[in-house]
Design a protein around this ligand. Sequence first.
Ligand SMILES: NC(=O)c1ccc[n+]([C@@H]2O[C@H](COP(=O)([O-])OP(=O)(O)OC[C@H]3O[C@@H](n4cnc5c(N)ncnc54)[C@H](OP(=O)(O)O)[C@@H]3O)[C@@H](O)[C@H]2O)c1
Length: 316
Amino acid sequence: MDPSSRMTVLITGACGLLGSHLMAALSGHYRVVGIDRNPWWGDEPLEVVQADLQEPRVLQRLVSMIAPRIVIHCAALANVDACEQNPALAYAVNTHMTRDLVCSLPSGCRVVYISTDGVFKGNKPFVTEEDLPCPRTVYGRSKVQAEWEVMLGTEDHLIVRTNFYGWSSGRKQTSGEWLYTSLASQQPFVLFRDFFFTPIYVVDFVKRLILLLESDYRGIIHLGGRDRLSKYQFGLLLAQAAGLSTQHVREGSIDEVPLIASRPKDMSLKSERFVQLTGLDVPDTVSGVRRFVADRLRPLSLRFTATEMETTQSYQ
Ligand SMILES: NC(=O)c1ccc[n+]([C@@H]2O[C@H](COP(=O)([O-])OP(=O)(O)OC[C@H]3O[C@@H](n4cnc5c(N)ncnc54)[C@H](OP(=O)(O)O)[C@@H]3O)[C@@H](O)[C@H]2O)c1
């Protein structure tokens, strides 16, 4: 099919961890255009405009030129400590930029906003879409306010709360890359036994997000992994999948470490609504970390060709 006749999807933050995987996965199905202030780094040439979305005039000009039918908004200041240290920047990037983007879109454009498990207080396991947000951090507050901007700005919206891990460009280290590198380096480090989450491998997340894009669902939805586990348990499973030693890993408490932003202790999400809506399960952690390890040296464009079954079986 002529790519120009296909529906246009705009991905903001196209060169970040999630945005780059979305670019690679969606480019076979849609006409995909990315915007990011950094250069495109994937193994296949894709259409990415290098621009700063905080410039309202630039934003408006690009949106009217690209004329998207769907926008997946991934551009953000996603570093929790950086947000705490510079709240003005956090609100400018996460909240105000989201508002300006939504306002600039043509009518009939579906907005997919990527939000976070960090919008909750973190005092109970497996929060659902019915639970009320109560963020502890500047990052969480700036993201929940962005959710409101999206809800107020357009009816055709999808707000996806998640927590994913994966391999990115190498320009800045992702949490998954940090964990893998720390395990591989055999230097002593601490992982928390009392900090819980429901992580999902970014490739598994993207495959499921595509189902949501193509559904009629509007509103908030949680999309994380199946298992609730501590950062320590997650580290052990990753080490096992990668064949790395855990001799240098110390099990510690988040209370022992002075952090710039005080994290919610339980960030686990219940993804039941997603499962009921799509009929597709969310992945378990062991199979997710196996795919993460298998994809380490695989070019970005090939991470979507290996099926979940293949990468899981190759480790059995
Ligand atoms: N990573 C996670 O586990 C996680 C969990 C929950 C939710 N999320 C959400 O998921 C989304 C994507 O996260 P991610 O981990 O993929 O983030 P990321 O790797 O930091 O990617 C975001 C990209 O957007 C770019 N960007 C930021 N501000 C921009 C601007 N004004 N103009 C143009 N480009 C801009 C960033 O460039 P710079 O790097 O130069 O700033 C970066 O390339 C975010 O909304 C985040 O809040 C992430």
